[in-house]
Design a protein around this ligand. Structure first.
Ligand code: NAP
Ligand code: MG
Length: 405
């Protein structure tokens, strides 16, 4: 083997929980450290350390991404009542993903990792469908009230200068719930620009969809900003690239995406993106472990992660000493995308090439060698009767990687 690939600047490495934490180490030890002189700034967002630091470590990690520009994140537990008991937590700490997304104000791009042996459930789909989720505001930062009797409510906006805007809600005849949500122009402009830029870079059409016929102020503002950014900043470059921008109502977009052959970046508001990224990934590749998830902020901050969670059920089996067949593909791609971005920013083409080769090695292992984890074996066409355990899968990838280098 030749010399290890050198890095100029570090990547912010954010460790996580359960089975993904176990796989994180295997992936690093077998697929990265032997080949790259890895520079990282490490943050342990495993739940015990978040509890110990009273969640400060999450904010530190987000700030480190602002400092270094590039981060890679493992899946983390979002605590609930059961987790409080299981980990004896001081409190129900918020979702680290929500905290980091709010700090970075980014757009999350989720795309299928397309392998030939897994056919999309929707037979028309041939080209990638990337769901771009605005990762700021809306119900993810809602303020809500539960009330126990009839009454009235209004929304009051008070400007810094002291001016007020008021809007009355309908009268409530009995007990119920209410919720207010918000977004800000700056974030919507950033969302729009991030998606136009991404579509241009990938040479894919861009769709934006919302419900402006019903949400005549809120969603209408999103639509207006997308139109303005398109007309003023992207119309010419889109025409040159031979790609189109279209606005649809969200329900229309859902029907159209299923009938389309793909080849689209679909920009979604925060909640729509939460739902439709899982829908598209399941329908496209059938496994969350065959998805990439990349966050890009208008300031140029970048974070890649796996789209799935910590694979808790496999972890409990692993703790009992059983061998498990969890799929590390999305974690590997989180690393390749972060290293590729680092290499592009730093002008280190060796690092970019290494990332591309590692991705190729994964695809070759699945498609040509037919070596797969259980989740892929189940959904392969034709279905496979054999699968390997996680470490064997990683070893097979390492073998292919060495041949490519
Ligand atoms: P999950 O970890 O995504 O796993 C759900 C199921 O999907 C698994 O039981 C497994 O199915 C399958 N699966 C997911 N990833 C897989 C992989 N890499 N390889 C093979 N199979 C995979 O979701 P969850 O069990 O609902 O959540 C567990 C924890 O993750 C929760 O505490 C949640 O807060 C957290 N979470 C974190 C993130 C994040 O950090 N980005 C995202 C979502 C959830 P089978 O058991 O049928 O094999
Ligand atoms: Mg979701």
């Amino acid at each position: 083997m030749t010399e290890k690939i050198k890095m100029k600047n570090p990547v912010v490495e954010i460790d996580g929980d359960e089975m993904t934490r176990v796989m994180w180490k295997w992936v690093k030890d077998k697929l990265i450290l032997p080949f790259v002189d890895l520079k990282t700034e490490y943050y342990d967002l495993g739940l015990p350390n978040r509890d110990k630091t009273e969640d400060k470590v999450t904010f530190e990690a987000a700030n480190a991404i602002k400092r270094w520009g590039v981060g890679v994140k493992c899946a983390t537990i979002t605590p609930n009542k059961e987790r409080i008991r299981e980990y004896n937590l001081k409190k129900e700490w918020p979702s680290p993903n929500a905290t980091i997304r709010k700090e970075l104000d980014g757009t999350v791009f989720r795309a299928p990792i397309i392998v030939n042996s897994v056919k999309p459930a929707v037979r028309f789909w041939k080209k990638p469908i990337v769901v771009a989720r605005h990762a700021f505001g809306d119900i993810y930062d809602n303020t809500s009230i539960r009330f126990n009797e009839a009454g009235t409510a209004e929304i009051i906006f008070r400007s810094k200068k002291g001016e007020e805007i008021r809007a009355k809600m309908p009268e409530f005849k009995g007990p119920g719930v209410l919720q207010s949500i918000y977004n800000i122009d700056e974030s919507i402009y950033g969302f729009a620009r991030a998606t136009f830029n991404y579509a241009l870079a990938m040479k894919l059409d861009l769709w934006f969809a919302s419900k402006d016929t019903i949400s005549k102020v809120y969603d209408a503002r999103f639509k207006e900003i997308f139109n303005e950014v398109y007309e003023k900043e992207f119309k010419e470059s889109f025409a040159k690239a031979g790609i189109n921008y279209s606005y649809f109502l969200i329900d229309d977009a859902v029907a159209r995406i299923v009938r389309s052959e793909g080849g689209v970046v679909w920009a979604c508001k925060n909640y729509d993106g939460d739902v439709f990224s899982d829908f598209v990934s399941t329908a496209y590749v059938g496994s969350l472990a065959l998805m990439t998830s990349e966050l890009m902020s208008p300031h140029g901050y970048y974070l890649s992660e796996a789209a799935h969670g910590t694979v808790q059920r496999h972890y409990y089996r692993y703790l009992k000493g059983e061998k498990v067949s969890s799929n590390p593909t999305a974690l590997i791609f989180a690393w390749t995308r972060a290293l590729k971005r680092r290499g592009e920013l730093d002008g280190t083409p060796d690092l970019v090439e290494f990332s591309n080769n590692l991705e190729k090695a994964v695809i070759k292992t699945i498609d040509q060698d037919g070596i797969v984890t259980q989740d892929i074996a189940r959904i392969m066409d034709p279905p496979a009767d054999k699968f390997v355990y996680t470490e064997e899968f990683i070893d097979a990838i390492a073998k292919n990687l060495i041949e490519l280098l």
